[in-house]
Every structure is written in C-alpha cells, then in structure tokens.
Design a protein around this ligand. Structure first.
Ligand code: AMP
Length: 208
C-alpha cells in the first residue's frame, strides 16, 4: 500500500476522497483537523490550546501538530492518507524524515468554488460524516443518513475564518507543491468534478 499526502484548499474534497480510500481499500485516514476537533471536544491540554487557533481559522504551531501525531506515524508503516497535514514546509520536512511518502496529491479548486462548497458543508455531530447541501445532501434535512445524528456547520465554517484558512493555504501550504515536485511526487487532480469521477481519476493515476 502507498502513503499519500492530500493537499488542496479547504472544501476541495480531500476528506471525502480519503474516506473513499478508507472504505474501499482499507487505507488509514489521518486528518489532523479531525483529531484536533476531537481533542477540543474532550478538553485535553492540546485541545484547550488549539481551540482559539481553530476558531479563527489560523494554523496551530508546528510543535503542537508533531505532538498530536507522535503516536500515529512510525517508520515502515504504509497505507496512510494524510489529510490536512503537512500544511507548512517544516511539517513536510518532518514527515519526510519519519515515513516514506509515495505521492502528494494536489486537488485543484478555485477559491470561489471552495467557499461555495464550505458554506454548504454540514457535519454529523455523532459520526462526523460530512455532507454538502448542494452536491451530497442527506435524505432528510439536517439528519445523518448513516446514524440519524444531527447535522451542523463546523464552528470554523463562517466567512472570516474561511478566508483566513484560504489565505494560509496560499501562503503556507501551496509552497509544498514545489517541495514535492522537486522529489517528483506531485500529482494534480481536478477537484471540480464529482467525488466518483475524482476517485476514478485518482485511482488511475496512482494505479490503485
Ligand atoms: P481541517 O479540518 O483540515 O480544515 O483543519 C481545521 C483546522 O485545524 C485548521 O484551520 C487549523 O486551525 C487546524 N489544523 C489542522 N491541521 C493542521 C496542521 N497540519 N497544522 C496546523 N494547523 C492545523
């Protein structure tokens, strides 16, 4: 199995694609954002520290991300999709030292399309399944198809925080494309397509 890094502006569908790989091919899905939201919910030390950053849409310090991931990455492991990590050059260098990354997949989407998707995003408060009220609506409004849980917007899905996350993506995360390009590991995928088409395209490109 491969180790993959998923890059792309928020709302580009990284999480959806990672979940498909998890369900169909048993990949491990590591989402630092998801882990942080869990820590915040459980009021752990790292959660209490991270809360203010998340609510503003700012990146948490690199050292805290490394602490968060400490038990999750070890040499020789394979079959991992990293979603939302790395987000800075320092994080990418750290990951490269820890584990062999086969491909960095860059899901390309315009900022406007990303904003439109994020504002229509809803997440199940029980099982974390993500919906899009335009592209992938639940069968019953505000109710999760999987577990019946209540659907809500994420706390950081309001306009100012969305803009701040998009800015930090352009400033801090986009340069990672050059980093992975220099190692010949980047694959560009058009993220404006439907989730099924994107998955098909991705599978062909990396020979899944
Ligand atoms: P996400 O669910 O990937 O959109 O992440 C939500 C928020 O968690 C981000 O806006 C950041 O505040 C924080 N976060 C997640 N991953 C990272 C990371 N790799 N480095 C720094 N902050 C992160």
């Amino acid at each position: 199995m491969l180790n993959l890094v998923f890059l792309g502006v928020q709302g580009c569908g990284k999480g959806t694609q990672a979940n498909i790989l998890k369900e169909r091919f048993n990949y491990e899905h590591i989402s630092t954002g998801e882990m942080l939201r869990e820590h915040i919910k459980n009021k752990t030390a790292i959660g209490l520290k991270a809360e203010a950053y998340l609510s503003k849409g700012a990146l948490i310090p690199d050292e805290d991300v490394f602490e968060l991931l400490f038990n999750h990455i070890s040499e020789g492991k394979s079959g991992i999709v990293f979603d939302g990590f790395p987000r800075t050059l320092v994080q990418a260098q750290y990951l490269e030292e820890k584990i062999k990354i086969d491909y960095a997949i860059f899901f390309e989407l315009s900022d406007e399309a990303a904003i439109e998707r994020i504002v229509s995003r809803r997440v199940c408060q029980q099982c974390q399944t993500t919906y899009n009220m335009l592209l992938k609506p639940p069968k019953n409004s505000n109710q999760c198809d999987v577990c019946g849980g209540h659907l809500e917007s994420r706390d950081d899905d309001y306009e100012e925080a969305i803009r701040s996350r998009i800015n930090s993506f352009h400033k801090q995360t986009k340069p990672l494309i050059e980093f992975y390009k220099s190692m010949d590991k980047v694959i560009f995928i058009d993220a404006a397509d439907s989730p099924e088409k994107i998955h098909k395209n991705l599978s062909q490109r990396i020979n899944l």
